[in-house]
Design a protein around this ligand. Structure first.
Ligand SMILES: N[C@@H](CCC(=O)N[C@@H](CS)C(=O)NCC(=O)O)C(=O)O
Length: 229
């Protein structure tokens, strides 16, 4: 089997497992566990930045979710789950595909860092980034009230790139989605997909879905409760 996907459990590499399941392509899945919070040596040995996802295909080793996604879509998926330039929703597809890792996910990471540095979000940086995030959530929410999937009528890699930040990422920065009916309805649609169910069963069988409005228990809380921290 040529394509190998390295998945760090409870992480954004869940996107690549989901992509492979949605494309229904053959791949070899290697699971790695956090040690106990960051990457284990087995991921660090794969790439200089030591972060997941990482894929391997023959002599190629590739990191970065969006790069892995585009590579797999075009090399193994015959372009499926991307929209071509001729498609009426092409620009929407591009926008939402890039919004995921260009704006949404980095912003949540910034809030996570501020919350650690300032101990809470009540300082100027915390207040400003929380306000900006609310704007983003309202924006995505209204998009998903009017469209089944982010690019429009079709489920695409834009959805695959985005879902992590609204679900598993909340176990690192536990923000509330109550009141965002568009996003919550969307998450319910996503987790009903066969590809999502299969990806979860293979990649993170013990992880809860985190599709409720209220924030989930955090990864750190779980580690502490399990005596691992
Ligand atoms: N922009 C990168 C971010 C990769 C990244 O931050 N991966 C996290 C998983 S959520 C990771 O490997 N964390 C463990 C560590 O940094 O040690 C991507 O989309 O692939």
């Amino acid at each position: 089997m040529p394509l190998t996907v390295h998945h760090l459990q409870v992480s954004q590499s869940e996107r690549i497992v989901l992509l492979c399941e949605e494309l229904q392509i053959p791949y070899n899945l290697v699971l790695h566990q956090r040690a106990p919070i960051f990457s284990p040596q087995s991921i660090k040995a794969l790439h200089p930045l030591g972060q997941a996802p990482v894929i391997q295909d023959g002599n190629l080793t590739l990191a970065e979710s969006a790069a892995c996604a585009e590579y797999i879509i075009h090399i193994y998926g015959n372009g499926r789950l991307a929209l071509p330039p001729s498609h009426k929703n092409y620009a929407n597809y591009l926008y939402w595909f890039h919004f995921a890792n260009g704006t949404l996910q980095p912003h949540v990471l910034t809030m996570l860092q501020i919350s650690h540095l300032d101990k809470d979000m009540s300082g100027p940086a915390g207040v400003r980034s929380t306000e900006r995030f609310a704007k983003m959530l309202e924006f995505v929410d209204s998009r998903l009230k009017e469209n089944t999937w982010l690019a429009g009528e079709e489920f695409t890699a834009a959805d695959i790139m985005t879902v992590f930040t609204f679900t598993t990422m909340r176990s690192f920065y536990p923000y509330d989605l109550s009141g965002y009916a568009g996003i919550l309805g969307y998450l319910e649609r996503v987790v009903k997909r066969e590809g999502y169910r299969k990806a979860r069963a293979k990649g993170d069988p013990e992880l809860e879905l985190m599709i409720e409005g209220k924030p989930p228990k955090t990864f750190i809380e779980k580690l502490k409760a399990g005596g691992k921290l």
